[in-house]
Design a protein around this ligand. Structure first.
Ligand code: GLP
Length: 247
C-alpha cells in the first residue's frame, strides 16, 4: 500500500487525477470504477478540466459505479446516477451508454444479477474509493463478515446520519443500498483511496497506524491489495499522528 501525504485537498485531487489520467492514456478503452460522495468531487472537477483544456479523451472509456440506494430511480435528484451525470459524465466526452450505475429501483435480485454481470464483463483499471467514517468502502458496512460479491447492504446509523446532508431530512435517506462486494473491489488492478472530510480519523488510524485486517474496519482490506494508493492531506496525517514512512 502506497501512502501519499499531500498538502491539501486540491493537491489530493490533482494526484488522484494523475493516476486516472495515466490509466486512460495508456488504455483509452479501459474501465474505471467510480465513487460518489464529497471526496471524489474535486478529482472529477480536475478530470473535467483536463478533458476540456488538455484533450484527455474519455470517448472510449467505460465506467462502473460502486453503489446505489435501494428505492431511488435513476432520475431521482439524490440517486447516485444523477450525481454522476451532473458531477462528471455530462461534462466530459464520455459515451453515457458506456457508464454503469446499479439500478436501485428494480426488483433487487434483478438489479444484483445485472450488476454482477457487468462486473464480470471485464476488469477495472482504477477503482476510486472514498472512506466512510465507520470504515466502509462502497457501502460495505463493518460487521463480523463481509460479502465478496455485489449485494444489498443495510446501512449503519452513522452512514445514514452522514449521508442525510444530501437529503431534506434524515427520514428520506434510504436504509438500504446495492454495493459492489469486497472481492469485486479488490479485483481492480489499482485502488485509489481518497481520505477527506470530517470524522474519518478513526478509520484512517485503523488503516494507517495498525497492521490488522478486519471486517470491523472494511477499509483495512486495502492492505492486502498489491497496488493500492492512499491519498490523504497533511492536516489529517498530523491529526492522527501518521508520519510518512511509518509503514
Ligand atoms: C457514501 C458512499 C461511499 C463514500 C462514503 C464517503 O457512504 N457510498 O462510497 O465513500 O459515503 O463519502 P464522503 O466522501 O462524502 O465523505
Amino acid at each position: 500500500m502506497r501512502v501519499l501525504v499531500v498538502k491539501d485537498y486540491e493537491a489530493q485531487c490533482r494526484a488522484g487525477a494523475d493516476l486516472v489520467e495515466e490509466a486512460v492514456r495508456r488504455r483509452p478503452d479501459c474501465r474505471l470504477g467510480l465513487a460518489t460522495g464529497s471526496s471524489p468531487l474535486g478529482l472529477y472537477r480536475e478530470l473535467i478540466r483536463r478533458c476540456r483544456e488538455e484533450g484527455l479523451d474519455f470517448s472510449r472509456t467505460r465506467t462502473v459505479n460502486l453503489d446505489e440506494y435501494v428505492g431511488l430511480a435513476p432520475e431521482h435528484p439524490q440517486s447516485y446516477r444523477t450525481f454522476m451525470d451532473q458531477q462528471f459524465f455530462d461534462q466530459i466526452n464520455i459515451d453515457k451508454r458506456s457508464t454503469y450505475v446499479p439500478r436501485g429501483d428494480r426488483e433487487t435480485e434483478e438489479s444484483l444479477a445485472e450488476f454482477r454481470a457487468v462486473l464480470d464483463q471485464g476488469s477495472t483499471a482504477v477503482q476510486i474509493l472514498g472512506l466512510g467514517a465507520d470504515g466502509h468502502i462502497g457501502f460495505n458496512e463493518p460487521g463480523e463478515t463481509l460479502h465478496a460479491r455485489a449485494h444489498v447492504e443495510t446501512l449503519d446509523e452513522s452512514t445514514i446520519r452522514a449521508n442525510s446532508r444530501f437529503f431534506e431530512n434524515r427520514d428520506q435517506v434510504p436504509r438500504r443500498a446495492l454495493t459492489m462486494g469486497m472481492g469485486e473491489i479488490m479485483a481492480a488492478e489499482r485502488l485509489l483511496l481518497l481520505i477527506s472530510g470530517a470524522g474519518k480519523e478513526e478509520a484512517a488510524r485503523r488503516l494507517l497506524l495498525e497492521d490488522l485486517v478486519t471486517p470491523r474496519w472494511p477499509v483495512t482490506f486495502l492492505r492486502l491489495h498489491r497496488d493500492a494508493t492512499v491519498l490523504l492531506t497533511r492536516d489529517l496525517a498530523e491529526r492522527i499522528g501518521y508520519r510518512e514512512n511509518i509503514m
